[in-house]
Design a protein around this ligand. Structure first.
Ligand code: CMC
Length: 388
């Protein structure tokens, strides 16, 4: 182990070179392919941003139209795959349902599994982009015991997802343009974040030449944890418990600072951002706009009060803990009508183009090697098996 560097949590180890996303955590900067997140949030769409991440450049109008059409053509799930959803308990969390169904795509779409065939990679890319939102909506519908609708390909990706998640077979689904816009924005903000835990998982699995479906399925499982994508659900649980127990924000902050029962202020802190997460800045305004439409919101008030206290508190200042993207997203998703279990699924839909872009970049990297960390062994020295 002489030349092995010990770096738990990969705090200082760059496992790859990448030209996709740039983060300066001290300055609070995030760029996709060089474009600042603020400009993409203001001007782009999730579809266009997905294209940018995956292919490296913004599409021309024709390229975007072609990309859009291809995705619309692939929204249908194999009819047998729909039966798959019956195999889970009704109260199943939709994240493992999503990862299982995405993993199962390898069995139904065997003509797009070769990671070294550019046409198959392209086909699996389009299939995933088109089908994952449908799978996510079906996981939600199954948990409600409601009918699975067929996609309506006159709608775009985000519209289709909302209709599949909330629509009923008995009446036409009325899209709320504010909701479409807000969800599109949230998906843009989640679309990539360089080598986070789930993306690193996608790369690690892909480094063994595993296909795109298998690699993304592993990424979904990594995203499930509350320290990563599960944080948005954890934030809302935290806000609700503060509300239900009648604990004052001050008293809750004391608990956090004293590290009582390991309580953390969920939605705060980030491995890379030691400054305000630029995505949280953009989202905070959206949270206010969406929630204002619904009148007074006690949970938003609690969130704002916690944020204000944290930003002026020595504990948080010293440790450079600022709100991250998930501090406000849960509140927005809830206002849209999604149950808490679906929050991390929405994160997964957003992160998908990033996973795909990173997997494709890795596959074409001439310096690519199988991911295989080393260790410092701390167990027993050699010892003999006891003889009778
Ligand atoms: N509340 C209270 N204390 C905190 C928090 C928090 N949210 N986050 C970090 N700390 C403290 C931590 O106790 C430690 O204190 P000390 O130096 O006294 O031991 C110090 O700050 C450094 O924390 P760390 O755990 O070593 O930092 P990390 O870079 O390993 O962890 C993190 C980053 C995001 C896992 C962590 O900040 C956290 O658990 N936050 C809450 C969960 C959350 O919001 N996660 C979403 C992250 S953004 C979206 C995503 O990537 O999915």
């Amino acid at each position: 182990t002489g030349n092995v560097t010990y770096d738990p949590g990969f705090m200082n180890t760059a496992a790859t070179k990448s030209a996709i996303t740039y983060i300066d955590g001290d300055a609070g900067i995030l760029r996709y392919r060089g474009y600042p997140i603020e400009q993409l949030a203001a001007n782009s769409t999730f579809l266009e941003t997905s294209y940018l991440l995956i292919y490296g450049e913004l599409p021309s109008a024709t390229e975007l139209e072609d990309f859009d059409q291809k995705i619309r053509r692939h929204t249908l799930l194999h009819e047998e795959l729909k039966g798959f959803f019956d195999g889970f308990p009704r109260d199943a969390h939709p994240m493992p349902v999503l990862s299982s169904a995405v993993s199962a795509l390898s069995t139904w779409y065997q003509d797009s599994l070769d990671p070294f065939d550019p046409e198959q990679v392209e086909l699996s890319t389009i299939r995933l982009l088109a089908k994952m939102p449908v799978i996510a909506a079906y996981a939600h519908k199954k948990s409600l015991g409601q009918a699975l609708l067929y996609p309506d390909n006159s709608m775009n990706l985000v519209e289709n997802f909302l209709r599949l998640a909330f629509g009923m077979p008995t009446e036409p689904y009325e899209l709320d343009p504010d909701m479409v816009k807000a969800l599109d924005l949230l998906l843009i903000l989640h679309a990539d974040h360089e080598q986070n835990a789930s993306t690193s998982t996608v790369r690690l699995v892909g480094s063994t030449d595993a296909n795109l479906f298998a690699s993304v399925s592993a990424g979904i499982n990594a995203l499930f944890g509350p320290a990563h994508g599960g944080a948005n659900e954890a934030v809302l649980k935290m806000l609700r418990s503060i509300q239900a127990d009648g604990v004052s924000p001050d008293a809750f902050m004391e608990k956090v600072k004293n590290k009582e029962d390991g309580v953390r202020l969920m939605g705060f802190g980030h491995r890379v951002y030691k400054n305000y997460d630029p995505r949280a800045k953009i989202i905070k305004q959206t949270a206010h706009d969406i929630l204002a439409k619904q009148g007074a919101n006690e949970l938003l008030d609690i969130a704002m009060s916690l944020e204000e206290k944290a930003l002026s508190d020595e504990y948080f200042i010293q440790r450079k803990l600022y709100p991250n993207v998930d501090f406000y997203t849960g509140l927005i998703y809830k206002a849209m009508g999604f149950p808490e279990k679906m929050f991390t699924v929405l994160f997964a839909i957003g992160r998908l183009p990033g996973w795909i872009a990173q997997w494709r970049e890795m596959m074409l990297d001439p310096e690519r090697k199988i991911g295989r960390p080393r260790q410092l062994y701390t167990g027993h020295a050699s010892r003999d098996y006891p003889q009778a």
